[in-house]
Design a protein around this ligand. Sequence first.
Ligand code: C2O
Ligand code: CU
Length: 458
Amino acid sequence: MSPLLLLLACKGKDPPPDDDSETTTDSGTTDPGTDTATSIPRPTLSSPAEAKDLDPADDIVHIELTAAPASFEIGGQKVDGYAYNGQVPGPTIRAKRGDTLIVDLQNDLDTDTTIHWHGVHVPWAMDGVTWMSEPVAAGASFRYEYTLDQSGTYWYHPHFDTEQQVDLGLYGVLIVEEPDEPAADEELVVVFDSWAEAGDMDHFHLEGTHLTWTTNGLVEPVFQPEAGRSVRLRALNASNTGYVRLAWDGMRQIASDQGLLPELSEPDDVVLSPGDRADFEVLVGPDPIEIRAEPHSLQGGATYGEATPLFDIEATTADAPPSPLGWPFSGAKPSADPPHTDIVYTFQGDAATGTWLMNGEVFPDVTIESVDLDDTAIIEVRNVSPSEHPFHLHGHAFEVLSLGGVPPETQTIEDTINIPIQSWARLRLVADNPGDWMAHCHILPHAEDGMMTVLRVE
Ligand code: C2O
Ligand code: CU
């Protein structure tokens, strides 16, 4: 075996505190992310480097992404993984609503791949799935091209051998700006992921497995803005299975999967299931803010235990926090929940056997449900399994009419929604995008095991 530990991004539910005895580093020094953080300079946090727009036209964003094997370090340990343009997370793509996005993918992996645009209203041929179409072969290239008609914080990742390829580092953020939204003094894009030693990996029983959580690939970094500035924090959970329950004092959530919320939310915590995004307004003052993942169990949500440090915000000056920006919140109320259901999806399965299904079926042996183009469909997603599952639908966003029978206070538009155990969500879908769209659990090993189906819009 290689003397270097191979790390793989992993599957986590309750990440244990940093008490690992197993991890070693090449140099023999202690991992700077652990309890010696005070004696070793902590890494500085910044947003992932942005992709270069090769087209001078104002309304065309043209970028190149090369997927290739890459070696990088996580918490001092070498990882033989994959990267887009050599960076993990991949380059952030920034565009604005109305732009045409052109992405030339060069596949320099030794295996097939694709890019899926998570949460984006793409034409079906651009969706990066291999249900009835071919992946991009090793050595080949493919042009993704579409017009952006939404705004918000999205992401991209392969949808071929997804569990493995995302795990190894293929993911990045796609920001679509809304022309009317105010600009914060700065933006910080953060991508959370969890990593575990290969060999320790077990999809369903992670107790005792040491997981290292990273923010933009760094263990417990520090973000050092000047105080008195406003920061738009765009957060993505790109972990295969790990949930991040974020909580800090004075949390101000302004956006979710599909852009600005109808009003400011000041929640106690925000759960980002795998694939989920949220934007926050951070009004930086002199007091440090510790961003933590509070303990969260797939068997029942918030739980006891120690929080996992993700990163800290420590201002370099002592100015008072700025005033909030005037976000153009719509105040929209939820749509009425009609007394009928068009489609039921039931998450079933069992960690003990590793069987994960939807409606009693294992992908690709599934019954295809159909909705007529431009019809509105009411979808009920039920979870009767002993694990939480994030439901994700391709090509569309949906409105959440209720979760566990409780309607949201304001209109809630998502593309990924966590369904707790013994709970259910009622979703309103305007089926305005023709195609065969994947509907699946975004815990990637569950999807890989078959917890995935197809919704046909025609
Ligand atoms: Cu982000 Cu079908 O996935
Ligand atoms: Cu699942």
